[in-house]
Design a protein around this ligand. Structure first.
Ligand SMILES: [Zn+2]
Ligand SMILES: [Zn+2]
Length: 175
């Protein structure tokens, strides 16, 4: 959804509060696509600090269905978005290209809510997703989820020298 900020950007001292629904049903970081399970509307507060310059405060909650990096179990990852941005009227942005980069969610005087929410999720995306802090992962031999119990696989990799001794021991036993 686009919000027209012309009023906010042109009238000094003006504040405006709006609630806008989030439209996205999935979030892709370019490699993985995550399903949006829950989402709240975004609560925006805009205030014009000087002509051509406005502050944007926003709050929203969104829950993505992600997968545990260790055991691949589905994890409902909640994002508490709480952000602050400064934007400039289009004719004011020529001063520096950095400002343009920072407000790529603006289309002229219009705020693209989906683009802004997208960049906020991206900023908050965790490096690692775990279903729980002490997730044991899956067994490399049988694929069992080790959080549900031991599988009994022998994951101990014996020292080759020990293996020789074991062979001798087994040979003796057969006698
Ligand atoms: Zn896990
Ligand atoms: Zn196993």
């Amino acid at each position: 959804m686009l919000i027209n900020l012309t009023d906010v950007l042109t009238s000094e001292g003006k504040t405006q509060e709006v609630q806008v629904p989030i439209e996205m049903t999935s979030f892709s970081n370019g490699m993985t696509e995550y399903k949006v399970i829950e989402k709240s509307p975004v609560n925006f507060k805009f205030s014009c600090i000087e002509r051509g310059k406005a502050q944007i405060y926003g709050k929203a909650q969104i829950v993505l269905e992600m997968n545990c990096d260790r055991c691949l179990k589905e994890v409902k990852k909640k994002f508490e978005l709480d952000f602050f941005r400064e934007v400039f009227a289009p004719d004011e942005t020529t001063e520096s290209t950095d400002d343009n980069d920072d407000q790529n969610f603006m289309e002229g005087y219009q705020l693209n809510v989906e683009d802004l929410v997208y960049s906020e999720i991206l900023l908050n995306l965790p490096m690692k997703v775990l279903c729980r802090q002490d997730c044991k992962g899956i067994c490399r031999q049988c694929g069992k989820n080790l959080n549900e119990g031991e599988c009994g696989c022998d994951t101990f990799i014996p020292d080759p020298r020990m293996a020789v001794i074991k062979d001798i021991f087994n040979a003796n036993k057969e006698v």
